[in-house]
Design a protein around this ligand. Structure first.
Ligand SMILES: O=C(O)C(=O)C[C@]1(C(=O)O)C=C[C@@H](O)C=C1
Length: 106
């Protein structure tokens, strides 16, 4: 892709910097949101370990995936990517749940 009226080097730099400021803010929000999610899943892991409940709940995950895919479509985000992203997070949560369970059993 090329353009007849390409901005000068300074304008290119300034525009990229401005886009990247927004990306940095969004990345920061994602980190804080993920931290909050892991804070609450830590409590879920402790609760499950205490009452001997299984770390994973596949029915719950299926409902979460279906819901997230619908939300992604509404938001013009790739539903396959959203599903992969949720699965990636949940896999890590289950790993934490299992660690808590093992630690409680010691
Ligand atoms: O809801 C639960 O039971 C959880 O442990 C939380 C969570 C999640 O991260 O959303 C993680 C593991 C389960 O398989 C389902 C969902």
């Amino acid at each position: 892709m090329s353009s007849d009226n390409r901005p000068d080097e300074q304008e290119l730099k300034d525009q990229l910097t401005s886009f990247r400021e927004s990306i940095d803010n969004i990345d920061a929000a994602l980190v804080y949101m993920l931290a909050e999610r892991f804070k609450i899943t830590q409590k879920v892991g402790e609760y499950k370990a205490k009452y001997d409940l299984p770390p994973a709940d596949k029915d719950r995950e299926q409902r979460q995936i279906e819901r997230l895919r619908r939300l992604a479509e509404d938001a013009n985000l790739d539903p396959d990517f959203s599903e992969k992203f949720l699965n990636f997070i949940i896999k890590e949560v289950i790993r934490h749940h299992e660690q808590i369970r093992e630690a409680e059993g010691e």
